[in-house]
Ligand binder design. Structure first.
Ligand code: ADP
Ligand code: ASP
Ligand code: MG
Length: 424
């Protein structure tokens, strides 16, 4: 029996009962002969509550202190979980990200892992302990300050540790039975997927399916770590995410469409009245990049011949909206645009599937489904295996259901179960 890494999300450890339930599961894995490393998230909506608290004290808290605050959430759950396991008669030790050897760059609030040196975890395991690690956090190699990996970052901690410890599998325990063809909170008829390729999962995650964080999938793909997403509330097998189909590609035909993702966490900025000449887009996106903001979709209108001016719209995480507006306002005279428009009432719907490459009708059917549902499209972007559109936020749920049905993804048997969580 080898080493397993198990990650429990906030919804699985939302209260004392949850922590005791999870502790039993962990002890069972240990009793089955595994060495067990557990990565745990903050309890329930603790991280959101800490963010709300920080905002009441300061509108733009300094990154260093903000990270210090947020890592407290995971420290609470790791210590309680270790106590609950000891109470069941097994040895457990908890470790912060820094103690576990999660080394990052120094970008606060969204640090990247640059190295994992899990010496203390190895020692703890060799001494017969279950090792509990606080997810979502590390320590900067340069500044030695505590960092966080961005929302949902415990998934990445888990895969990074699984890679560094050469684990058999990284199990991600959550509040649904696996990865579904759409968010089960929105589509009751969503279907559980038994296996999904890392490639398709990466696109779903990047398009807003928060059941797995895209950085975690990226990491798992690079280090060839199989992920098993499953519920901590049921004993059911979940979804395997890996580079190669375990049953061999010949036996299982690739689904044309893997699923529908949606995202309401983005906002849209329109830069109005941009002179239509070389270098303007470069200047706008240089200002955004210098503020360390990641953008998603970009659309540039055709310029009006009479004015020689054009508009450029792009989407970005709502949480970075203020920062982006500030950065552009500062560069306004240098760039020479007229004004900025900010819209945080947008939503994005994406259809993902490797089969799209070879099935020409997919795009047309997608747009038809949206039109039949009366949903207006504002922006469009595509990759080889994904089509995304931006719509009004109020239309998103309806649009996801319409597209799910149109592509024949609705399950004809059970309704998808959501065991916990608030969906926040
Ligand atoms: P955790 O607290 O375990 O990290 P998250 O809330 O981050 O849980 O992720 C689980 C949630 O992801 C589910 O409750 C579900 O609402 C949402 N989700 C979005 N898309 C999907 C999908 N395609 N399949 C399963 N869950 C999804
Ligand atoms: N607690 C952090 C969050 O809520 C990290 C995580 O849960 O993965 O984003
Ligand atoms: Mg999560």
């Amino acid at each position: 029996m080898g080493l397993v890494v198990q990650k429990y999300g906030g919804s699985s450890v939302a209260d004392a009962e949850g922590i005791k339930r999870v502790a039993k599961r962990i002890v069972d894995a240990k009793k089955n002969g595994h060495q067990v490393v557990v990565v745990v998230s903050a309890m329930g909506d603790t991280t959101d509550e800490l963010i709300d608290l920080a905002e009441q004290v300061s509108p733009m808290p300094a990154g260093r202190e903000f990270d210090m605050l947020l890592t407290a959430g995971e420290r609470i759950s790791m210590a309680l979980l270790a106590m609950a396991i000891k109470n069941l008669g097994h040895e457990a030790q908890s470790f912060t990200g820094s103690q576990a050897g999660v080394i990052t760059d120094s970008v606060h609030n969204k640090a990247r892992i640059i190295d994992v040196t899990p010496g203390r975890i190895r020692t703890a395991l060799d001494e017969g302990n279950i090792a509990i690690v606080a997810g979502f956090q590390g320590v900067s190699a340069d500044s030695k300050d505590i960092t966080t990996l961005g929302r949902g970052g415990s998934d990445t901690t888990a895969v990074a540790l699984a890679a560094a410890l050469d684990a058999e599998v990284c199990e991600i325990y959550t509040d649904v039975d696996g990865v579904f063809t759409a968010d089960p909170r929105v589509v009751k008829k969503a279907r559980k997927i038994d296996w999904i390729s890392s490639e398709d999962m990466l696109e779903l995650a990047a398009s807003g399916s928060k059941v797995l964080l895209h950085r975690c999938v990226e990491y798992a793909r690079r280090y060839n770590i199989p992920i098993h997403v499953r519920s901590s509330f049921s004993g059911l097998p979940g979804t395997w995410v890996s580079n190669e189909n375990p049953q061999g590609d010949a036996q299982v035909e690739h689904a044309i469409i893997s699923g529908v993702a949606h995202d309401v966490s983005e906002a849209k900025i329109t830069v109005v009245g941009v002179p239509d000449k070389p270098g303007e887009a470069a200047a706008i996106f240089r200002a955004i990049a210098d503020a360390e903001i990641n953008i998603d979709m970009i659309v540039q209108n055709v310029s009006a011949a009479s004015t020689g001016l054009t508009d450029i719209s792009f989407t970005l995480p709502k949480a970075e909206g203020h920062k982006a507006i500030d950065a552009l306002e500062k560069a306004k005279s240098a760039i020479g645009f007229d004004s900025l428009r900010y819209d945080d009432q947008i939503g994005k719907i994406s259809l993902v599937g490797a089969g799209m490459k070879t099935n020409p009708g997919v795009t047309a059917s997608f747009f038809q489904a949206l039109s039949d549902a009366g949903v207006n499209i504002e922006l469009i972007s595509t990759s080889e295996i994904r089509i995304s559109v931006v719509t009004r936020q109020d239309d998103v749920n309806e649009a996801v259901r319409a597209v799910h049905t149109a592509f024949g993804l609705d399950s004809d048997s059970d309704e998808a179960v959501v065991y916990g969580g608030t969906g926040r």
